[in-house]
Write a protein that binds this ligand. Sequence first.
Ligand SMILES: C[S@@+](CC[C@H](N)C(=O)[O-])C[C@H]1O[C@@H](n2cnc3c(N)ncnc32)[C@H](O)[C@@H]1O
Length: 285
Amino acid sequence: MFNKIKNVLGNPFYENEDSIIYNMDCLEGLKILRDNNIKIDSTITSPPYNIGKEYENIKPVNDFVNWITEISDLIYDITKSNGCYLLNVGYMEVPNKGRAVPITYLLWDKLKFYLNQEIIWNYGAGVAAKNYLSPRNEKILWYIKNYENYTFNLDDIRDPDVKYPNQKKNGKLRCNTLGKNPSDVWQIAKVTSGANRSSEERTDHPAQFPVDLITRMVLGFTNQNNLVLDPFMGSGTTAEVCMKNNRKSIGFEIREDYCQTIKNRLENVIKQEEIKAMSPTLFQF
Ligand SMILES: C[S@@+](CC[C@H](N)C(=O)[O-])C[C@H]1O[C@@H](n2cnc3c(N)ncnc32)[C@H](O)[C@@H]1O
């Protein structure tokens, strides 16, 4: 599966049957993929937000926007014509303009992709602010290449929490039995840390995606056996969700310590799968 990629990118930091991971600057890796005409189906990612987290150096605003645009343009070039680019971003300071400017405002029309929809990710826990409202959302820009041909598996992501599931019109159920359209506002808990409130899925990465968030993206916007890219892997949530849902993934992560976190995490998925396979009756419900 990954031979063509290995021929051009060299030996990965880690690979298994479903995933391949490079400890590399994604800008460098993406250029090599583009120059060698290697295609991916879709991308699910969250870049640094230019807010001084431990894995980033704050850049001047224009440099940050140009950097994300350059990476996104390379992603466009290597994406198949029916693929998508799901870009999760938050807020950053724009000096003398705004304390927390939605990064979507800076980026949305700079990319070659077509913006299909903006998804709002709303979560309960977070920073408790005193001088402004406590922030409780981030955005996901759902970009596609071709608005006449893109993947949207609505039935795979329907929300079963329907208020009146048995309501009928002319004798027919009004509601789809699989549930309702999940809408463009997704209420999904953040991965939390700290004594007594740490999420079970928590790794040592400071900005980890929740598995539930990525699962909805993988199921809704990609197909089985697709190759999904995450150029900013962090703790490897995209790769884990792909493994669990019959997709392949390729990713880049610039920090070696995080690559080790990803490796441990994916090896753990394999172990869990092996345990499940050995004792299937324990996992029947
Ligand atoms: C917001 S975090 C991603 C978190 C991830 N979504 C998860 O679930 O854990 C961004 C990651 O991008 C990595 N990164 C920053 N610049 C990079 C680059 N040029 N190439 C590859 N990775 C980079 C950082 O080290 C960090 O781990």
